[in-house]
Design a protein around this ligand. Structure first.
Ligand SMILES: Nc1ncnc2c1ncn2[C@@H]1O[C@H](COP(=O)(O)OP(=O)(O)OP(=O)(O)O)[C@@H](O)[C@H]1O
Length: 268
């Protein structure tokens, strides 16, 4: 099922899978932008971590990237096209390319749908008939079984409702939903914040395994520097809507870190 051919590290010469330029979003009545002139490039197959304290603009950034809300200005280049200004009809073609996993899996899953129905939904709306590289859609049942297996859940959970799963199992279902249509980019917005410490580690390890085996690229957004460091190849530090520091993960403790990054290091 899941191909292992993409297990090797991506080469540095590949062009970014997602490029964001000078993205800015100011809420009505606010005295400063929630997202202020943010630019970055996400390399294919990598995880780019965004760390910052509560209120720094992380969730606003992720909602703008998904076009759940619109930025005031700036570009979001995905698959070679700037999707920041596409109208709903044109945006539809790109919906499959970028998916999100939210903090709270209970809110992300429809309580009235069985797990199988929740899992099939993105495929039916965004990927029906598409050629998938890693999951084979031979039948609805076989596809759902592959998705559950990919996130290490037993097949029999397919017939349950969300309230009949643990929080960790529910988050694995939302991850399966996001990856099942094989997007280029997955935005992980505090994906483990609602889980206990043991489940957090297991879900982070699962996400890293999926990134390498499926060749996914992640934007991993969290207030937790330790988790961001564990997951990411590149790290950006966000404060009051701005990116104040960026570096490769191995340079976290290097000379020249921004004073605010040092503050975050001192409490992690
Ligand atoms: N819908 C909204 N309307 C008005 N202001 C908002 C809205 N959403 C967020 N904000 C404000 O924008 C700023 C950034 O909020 P955002 O939720 O993006 O931060 P965050 O880093 O994700 O915080 P947290 O980690 O607590 O979720 C905050 O000052 C917040 O009060």
């Amino acid at each position: 099922m899941i191909g292992q051919s993409l297990n090797s590290k991506p080469t540095a010469i590949s062009s970014p899978v997602l490029s964001v330029g000078r993205l800015t979003r100011t809420y009505a009545g606010a005295d400063r932008p929630a997202v202020d002139n943010v630019s970055f490039a996400l390399e294919r197959g990598e995880c780019l971590g965004v760390v910052g304290e509560s209120g720094c603009g992380k969730s606003t950034l992720s909602r703008c990237l998904l076009r759940i809300e619109d930025a005031d200005s700036g570009s979001i280049v995905l698959g070679g096209q700037d999707i920041a200004r596409l109208n709903a009809r044109k945006l539809r073609a790109h919906r499959r390319s970028i998916q999100i996993v939210f903090q709270n899996p209970s809110a992300a899953l429809n309580p009235k749908l069985k797990i199988a129905d929740s899992l099939i939904d993105p495929y039916e709306h965004l990927a029906r008939g598409a050629q998938l590289k890693h999951f084979n859609y031979t039948s609805r049942k076989a596809y759902i079984r592959q998705l559950l297996e990919a996130v290490e859940l037993p097949a029999e959970l397919a017939n349950r409702y969300p309230h009949e799963l643990s929080g960790g199992q529910r988050q694995r279902v939302t991850i399966a939903r996001a990856i099942g249509i094989e997007p280029d980019v997955v935005v992980l917005d505090e994906p483990t914040a609602s889980l206990d410490v043991i489940s957090q580690g297991a879900v982070l390890d699962l996400l890293t395994g999926l990134r390498t085996s499926l060749g996914l690229s992640y934007l991993f957004i969290s207030h937790d520097l330790a988790a961001v460091h564990r997951m990411s190849q590149q790290i950006m530090v966000m404060r009051e809507g701005r990116i104040v520091d960026r570096f490769r993960a191995e340079d976290l403790m290097a000379e020249g870190r921004h004073p605010y990054t040092k503050e975050l290091i001192s409490i992690f």
